[in-house]
Design a protein around this ligand. Structure first.
Ligand code: IPM
Ligand code: MN
Length: 371
């Protein structure tokens, strides 16, 4: 199979984690005789520095002629504490989502047995947690009209949803529910917000087309609590843009590290794959960041290409690393391996270079491979 992949390394740790995904995708290509080609585009703070624009037109054009987009991270501290900054790295990501019509963000939340001890939750609460957050990604308050009055004493952000925007993402969520345990939870704030009441009405109507799916409804404040006290109850969560942003970071805590979580932003014609973490500027360039979120995003990209065996192999390789203690500093502050080494080990796994009966003490972890 031939695929053209647009790569946007972005800011902070984006480049170093994405390089591991490319290394691993190259291994998949060699092992399964595919051809993946990569073309690089700018976005984020790095794009502002070079062009003045967080999403140059060239990058958009590159995405439009590609089969998928592999994305690193966006954000730089110099913009975070400057409320008056006219351009922001994050605008690049919001704009690409809008321009490419990536209206649904798929964020799977899975726990890994070898990491249970890292979770702030008791084991029995997190064993077997497996749910997906489907976040609406191109509407709501992030895209509504913004206003700041002249003397800068009053500001507003409109939250607007049209029923079409709700319908299309709801169908994505119901389709996922049908493939899974067939429970869909709509998270909203229908006791207060008009937009949420529209969400509830539209989802209730659509539910009639999916009689096999059980639908329940939770207010977002209560959902935030349920994610902590009973995460196992969830299968598919469907929610609007801002609530999805917030509860997905919250849910990531269950797994033990934000660095593990992948996402796929999908629409009608293209898809973008990125770890859910941010640019983590404190770790940038240090070769310590966890590349698994990016590698698992690459696995989601392989699923999107209908290469499910390849995708499964990547997930198995990540699991193998975690089970054998090959982890980065965020997971084990004492015994840890570099970003690049984790990528090397996953490549080795994919290309069958891992000895079948290996033992950690017999391994020399240096620049590349296992002996
Ligand atoms: C995310 C991020 C983005 C968002 C930022 C970087 C604009 O937090 O992908 O969750 O808010 O959507
Ligand atoms: Mn976020």
């Amino acid at each position: 199979m031939q695929k053209k992949i647009a790569v946007i390394l972005g800011d902070g740790i984006g480049p170093e984690v994405t390089q591991q995904s490319i290394k691993v995708l190259d291994s998949v290509a060699r092992q399964f005789k595919h051809q993946f080609s990569y073309e690089y585009g700018l976005m984020g703070a790095v794009a502002i520095d070079k062009t003045g624009d967080p999403l140059p037109d060239e990058t958009l054009a590159l995405c439009l002629r590609s089969d998928a987009i592999l994305f690193g991270a966006v954000g730089h501290p110099k913009y975070d504490n400057d409320p008056l900054a006219k351009v922001r790295p994050e605008h690049g990501l919001l704009k690409i989502r809008k321009e490419l019509g990536l209206f649904a963000d798929i964020r799977p939340i899975t726990t890994y047995a070898p990491l249970h001890h890292l979770s702030p939750f008791k084991n029995n609460r997190i064993e077997g947690v497996d749910f997906i957050i489907i976040r609406e990604l191109t509407g709501g308050i992030y895209f509504g009209k913004k206003h700041l009055n002249e003397d800068q004493t009053q500001a507003s952000d409109d939250c607007v949803y049209h029923r079409n925007e709700i319908e299309r993402v709801a169908h994505v969520a119901f389709a996922y529910a049908l493939k899974r345990r067939k429970v869909l939870t709509l998270v909203d704030k229908a006791n207060v917000l008009e937009t949420s009441r529209l969400w509830r009405k539209v989802v209730q109507e659509i539910a009639a087309q999916y009689p096999d799916v059980t639908v329940d409804y939770l207010f977002v404040d209560h959902a935030a609590m349920q994610i902590i006290i009973n995460p196992k109850r969830f299968d598919v969560i469907l929610t609007e843009n801002m609530f999805g942003d917030i509860i997905s970071d919250e849910a990531s805590v269950i797994t033990g590290s934000l660095g593990l979580l992948p996402s796929a932003s999908v629409g009608n014609k293209l898809a973008l794959f990125k770890p859910i973490h941010g640019s983590y500027p404190q770790a940038a360039g240090k070769n310590i960041a966890n590349p698994n979120g990016s590698i698992l995003s690459a696995a989601m990209m392989l699923d999107y290409f209908a290469l499910s065996e390849e995708a499964e192999l990547l997930r198995e390789a990540v699991m193998w690393n975690l089970a054998n203690g090959f982890v980065t500093k965020d997971i084990d502050p004492i015994n840890n391996y570099s970003t690049a080494t984790i990528g090397d080990l996953i490549s080795d796994y994919v290309e069958n270079r891992i000895p079948s009966r290996m033992n950690k003490e017999n391994m020399v972890i240096s620049k590349s491979t296992i002996i």
